[in-house]
Design a protein around this ligand. Structure first.
Ligand SMILES: [Mg+2]
Length: 321
């Protein structure tokens, strides 16, 4: 970076949106906000260069958006709406002051789409890899928070949107492919906006019991949900929302174990089935992929037979796929 820390903070302050609920924002030892009563959700999600992304695939603007989106996705998953966030960035010498502006512009854009306001954070020097770490706060708007621990035996298991799009996007980036018809996959990887319209419908009609976002792959994440709920799951491969191009390209596995889909995975009681079908008919994509059973683990059936899946998804501190 070619500018001083004071200049950098002034630059970042320009990206702070005004709100009368923020009594003191960027520029002091701490931020002060006015909060109404009620339960709140706090989340934190970091992204590290060469671990979560490469600047050769994602430009700073999209990375800024993505960093906000992944935190918004966690907030929504808990049944809350985002309010405020703090950002820490670790800047390495490769990043220019223009890159930093683009990063914050991307964050502001994504945050505005969900009404979240940047109120502070930290900037530090990083000797090697760049990183960005966001903490975000949201207010619970559902009757009680949504979580992974609320699935019950007999619930249907469903997922919003399509699966495997982001992993396919990354695959395209690595192969240097793009062009018409592929853009949506690239975009799903570089700036995965949470599917807010369908989320709103699910919340409005009080559909979900357990809910989480698919960040590390359907199988891993559903397994985590079942562990937290002390239940098991059966899903049907034929019912998974897999884009046809993934089938053509023999990449259906991305729908089961590709990461970063940021779709919502949830369970719901059978008496909500008609409402879910109505929501889907109104153009909000929801696929019912299986059901919750007694026991543990996740079983994938294809034409009545159990499928053995070799790669489960992205596990941090383990062996990446
Ligand atoms: Mg999550």
């Amino acid at each position: 970076m070619e500018i001083s820390e004071n200049k950098l903070i002034r630059k970042i302050k320009a990206f702070e949106d005004k709100s009368n609920k923020v009594l003191r924002g960027i520029g002091d030892d701490g931020a002060v906000v006015q909060l109404p009563t009620g339960p709140y959700v706090l989340v934190q999600d970091a992204m590290v260069e060469h671990v979560h992304f490469e600047f050769s695939f994602v430009d700073p603007y999209d990375l800024g958006k993505k960093a906000v989106y992944v935190n918004v996705s966690d907030i929504l998953s808990m049944g809350a709406l985002p309010l405020y966030f703090l950002v820490t960035i670790g800047l390495n010498p490769a990043l220019t002051s223009r890159d930093v502006s683009r990063l914050y512009r991307g964050m502001r854009q994504a945050a505005r789409e969900f009404g979240a306001i940047l109120i502070g954070g930290d900037t530090t020097e990083s000797k090697n890899d760049f990183f960005i770490d966001i903490s975000m706060m949201g207010k619970v708007i559902t009757k009680s928070y949504l979580g992974r621990d609320k699935a019950r035996e007999g619930d249907f298991i469903a997922v919003t949107g399509s699966l495997g799009e982001s992993a396919y996007g990354l695959h395209l980036f690595k192969e240097g492919r793009g062009g018409k018809g592929l853009k949506r996959f690239l975009k799903r990887y570089s700036s995965p906006k949470p599917p807010y319209p369908v989320w709103k419908e699910l919340v409005k009609h009080d559909i979900t019991r357990a809910m989480m976002d698919v960040s590390d792959g359907l199988l891993i994440d559903l397994g985590r949900m079942m562990t937290e709920s002390r239940k098991g799951a059966i899903i049907h491969f034929e019912r998974l929302p897999i884009p046809s191009i993934l089938r053509k390209d023999n990449k259906e596995i991305f729908a089961l174990s590709g990461g970063e889909d940021y779709q919502f995975l949830f369970t719901f009681p059978k008496n909500k089935l008609e409402t879910v079908q109505r929501i889907t008919m109104q153009g909000h994509p929801v696929s019912i992929i299986g059901e919750v059973i007694q026991g543990k683990g996740v079983k994938v059936l294809s034409k009545g037979k159990t499928l053995e899946i070799p790669v489960k998804g992205y596990e941090h501190f383990g062996n990446p796929q």
